[in-house]
Design a protein around this ligand. Structure first.
Ligand SMILES: Cc1cc2nc3c(=O)[nH]c(=O)nc-3n(C[C@H](O)[C@H](O)[C@H](O)COP(=O)(O)OP(=O)(O)OC[C@H]3O[C@@H](n4cnc5c(N)ncnc54)[C@H](O)[C@@H]3O)c2cc1C
Length: 510
């Protein structure tokens, strides 16, 4: 077999990357040793940035239809409801999807897989990577197929989306440093008979454990995530379901009957990331490159963003528009993001579960009573939503980011969400190309700009400088933003001659 890109692993990261390569019309082969997509609920929190990406390929609404929007949270201490917080419109004005969507990973993977099949492609299931090697010109992978035969696949690039134990990472000799939490986590997908409706996230606050119930689609269906106390010393997978149920009842202090258990698992949590997201023509994405606590529902979403960052760069190199150097920015941008992600998820986990006396006092005596009011404050929403939803991730320090002038929004930021002419600006940005947006103040013209763009590279959008745009960007004169195909700002400039644009594209080798 010959192809452009080999994708090892068809979890959410590999499937989403395949979806992006379809969008960019790049040939690929994707395979996985499993028989099909996961039947389990695993990652249930889907963030706004993921939905923005899916909207471009028509999958956002389909995923939303299958899930539940996390509208509110109830805080419970000592078996009693002590507070409520409203989250339905938490990120209003910041994204078209101002919430967290709750939908099982099994349904999510199936949707991505159906998208791949509807585009005439398929995953090679029950196919395992045995070995691979690379030269300056390409990559060769040997795989064992379902029949036991060994086949060879030749490609220009290989991406290991092969999960936390990543054979690709091991073969590349990349390090995966970090630490392992002593605590044992459990997860259970259950039906509960109790006095509460399944209309809110239930957060049980206590001195030194974590317990949360997430409402799922289906009558009285809940996903429970919790930790055992520190003294519960077992190996991964050793705990019995009866022990989990006993812990849930003890920690929740609420009368409840668990009438059905669809799935449960226990696991140790690691916080680790790779030193480098690739070597030569081979790259890593998803859990293969970073793992951390489930606090904040970030893992799967981050893997999907990895693939989104890498796909347009691979496409640009494979089309011969850019040199291999462009691919180095994948590592530069995503390693920095992984480092920040681990710090944030560790801090968040400490806030919700640390036995530190001050933190546990705040958690049980202060937080539940003030959370409702605190989360309704605009400044709090503007601080928290961009961080959790992943819309706040930026590549300001990337070699691809160039800010020329004084703006409130910088090169490297995701294109801010706003409405223009009664529609989301993102409606204009679905094509998998660069987009040059020039906002005119009515006086200055920018005639040289469109001519500076090579044919087929970018769409050019001429728009009036509406007051909401002027306010967001902090500028009142004509200016332009050049968006990369992943809708991050590459160049933001007041130069209207096209000289800066030409120089910027030259830097990309375009
Ligand atoms: C209980 C739980 C709750 C979670 N909650 C959330 C959440 O709410 N939000 C969130 O964002 N994340 C969450 N996560 C994390 C999320 O599940 C992972 O981040 C996500 O599955 C990673 O996807 P991936 O595709 O990178 O890796 P995986 O899902 O691990 O997929 C890797 C694939 O590679 C295949 N593979 C491995 N080696 C080979 C080989 N040699 N040959 C062929 N195939 C191979 C495997 O079979 C597998 O299918 C949760 C995880 C757990 C366990």
């Amino acid at each position: 077999m010959k192809t452009d890109v080999i994708i090892v692993g068809a979890g959410p990261t590999g499937l989403a990357l395949a979806g992006q390569l379809i969008r960019h019309k790049i040939d690929f082969v994707i395979f996985d040793r499993r028989e099909t997509t996961t039947p389990h609920s695993k990652a249930i929190g889907v963030q706004a940035r993921t939905l923005e990406i899916y909207e471009q390929i028509g999958l956002a609404d389909k995923l939303i239809e299958q899930g539940w929007i996390a509208k509110k949270a109830r805080m419970i201490v000592g078996g009693k409801v002590r507070g409520e917080a409203d989250f339905a419109q938490f990120g209003k004005g910041m994204s078209q999807y101002p919430y967290i969507l709750i939908v099982e990973q099994g349904k999510h993977e199936k949707l991505l897989y159906d998208f791949i099949k509807s585009n005439g492609r398929d995953v090679l299931w029950q196919t395992e990577l045995e070995t691979f090697s690379q030269t300056e010109a390409g990559v060769t992978a040997n795989v064992k197929t379902a029949s036991g035969a060994v086949e060879t696949i030749e490609a220009k690039f290989l991406v290991g989306c092969d999960g936390s134990k990543s054979p690709v990472r091991h073969a590349l000799g990349l390090t995966f440093e970090g630490s392992t939490f002593e605590r044992m986590f459990y997860v259970a997908d259950v039906v509960i008979d109790w006095k509460f409706e399944n209309d809110a996230l239930m957060v049980f606050l206590m001195k030194n454990n974590l317990l949360a119930f997430f409402p799922m689609v289906g009558e009285n269906r809940w996903r429970i995530v919790g930790t055992f106390p520190e003294e519960f010393a077992r190996d991964e997978g050793e705990a019995l379901y009866e022990e989990i149920e006993a812990q849930i009842k003890k920690d929740s202090e609420v009368d409840l009957d668990i009438t059905n258990v669809n799935w449960f698992s226990t696991y140790k949590v690691h916080t680790r990331h790779v030193n480098k997201f690739g070597e030569g023509r081979c790259f890593l994405a998803g859990d293969a490159a970073h793992i951390h606590t489930p606090a904040g529902a970030q893992g799967m979403n981050t893997g999907i963003q990895d693939g989104y960052n890498l796909a347009w760069k691979l496409a640009s190199v494979l089309r011969g528009r850019s040199s291999l150097g462009l691919l180095e920015t994948y590592d530069q941008e995503r390693v920095e993001n992984a480092e920040n992600l681990l710090k944030t998820t560790d801090r968040f986990f400490n806030l919700v579960a640390s036995p530190e006396p001050i933190l546990s006092y705040l958690r049980t005596h202060i937080f539940p009573y003030v959370a409702g009011a605190a989360f309704s404050i605009d400044a709090v929403k503007k601080f928290i939503f961009p961080r959790v939803s992943q819309i706040g991730i930026n590549y300001r320090r990337s070699a691809l980011s160039e800010t020329d002038g004084s703006f409130a929004v910088k090169a490297g930021d995701r294109m801010p969400y706003f409405e223009i002419e009664n529609a989301s600006v993102y409606d204009k940005l679905k094509e998998p190309k660069f987009h040059l947006l020039t906002f005119f103040d009515g006086e200055n013209t920018a005639l040289g700009l469109a001519e500076s763009l090579p044919d087929d590279l970018a769409d050019f959008h001429e728009l009036p400088l509406y007051p909401n745009v002027a306010e967001i960007f902090g500028v009142s004169r004509t200016f332009s933003v050049l968006l990369r195909p992943d809708n991050y700002i590459g160049l933001i400039t007041e130069d209207l001659s096209g000289a800066n644009l030409k120089r910027y594209l030259g830097k990309l080798g375009i």
